[in-house]
Design a protein around this ligand. Structure first.
Ligand code: CA
Length: 223
């Protein structure tokens, strides 16, 4: 059982999420605005926050920064926005996960479970097998060496590092990293995986931490 703060200004969405979280055995507190959420977070300790990006008073990203002042709080963003820049911004802020609307409550609950499992261990997000992810600086080190990554390579690797050991489908990666970018094609992800692998290989020729799951997608090795 976890204490979860949900900040979502659309009541219908919030109701289904709260219902699904409670079915899973969690205690869910719902706030309609960022202001209410900040007051709730001052009054209670939460294990995880689910934040809508588009809130009426303060955006979800700004709220995330405020909620994390002095707190180690895992965050999942919900967003209706399709801009790739927002997804990157989410990862910049160290989002533990990013769920685009519309989503199924079941899918969100599964993401919550995965984030809580990771947060419960001593390794926080980004601690997969030799990686150090500096989400604030948009930098990823591998075996102590800074990786020179393009924007999409960074997004791809950050998405995989956010869930070590989890298989992410091409559709999930496309959705999280590329959003509605027009220039993407079937080979976009495979091509970027290939260039990221080459950069990792240049640092450590003996390893290949990104795994291909035929017909399913990609994962990165957990420690
Ligand atoms: Ca909203």
């Amino acid at each position: 059982m976890a204490r979860i703060l949900l900040v979502e200004d659309e009541r219908a969405i919030a109701d289904t999420v709260v219902y699904a979280l409670r079915e899973e055995g969690h205690a869910a507190t719902h706030c309609l605005t960022a202001g209410d959420a900040l007051r709730a977070a001052d009054a209670d300790a939460f294990d995880l926050a689910i934040l809508d990006v588009g809130l009426p008073d303060l955006g979800g990203f700004a709220l995330c920064a405020k909620l994390r002042e002095g707190r180690d709080l895992p965050v999942i963003f919900l967003t209706a926005r399709q801009e790739e820049a927002d997804r990157i911004r989410g990862f910049e802020l160290g989002a533990d996960d990013y769920v685009p609307k519309p989503f199924s409550p079941r899918e969100l609950v599964a993401r919550v479970r995965a984030v809580l499992r990771r947060a419960g261990g001593d390794a926080r997000a980004g601690q997969a097998a030799g990686f150090e992810h500096d989400a604030d600086g948009l930098r990823i080190r591998y075996r102590g060496r800074l990786l020179e990554l393009t924007r999409y390579e960074y997004g791809l690797l950050a998405a995989l590092l956010a869930r070590p050991g989890a298989v992410l489908s091409r559709a999930q990666l496309m959705d999280r990293v590329w959003g509605d970018a027009l220039e993407t094609g079937d080979r976009t992800i495979d091509t970027h995986v290939k260039t990221v692998r080459a950069k990792l290989h240049a640092i450590a020729p003996d390893t290949d931490p990104i795994r291909t799951h035929r017909g399913l997608g990609y994962s990165i090795d957990a420690d």
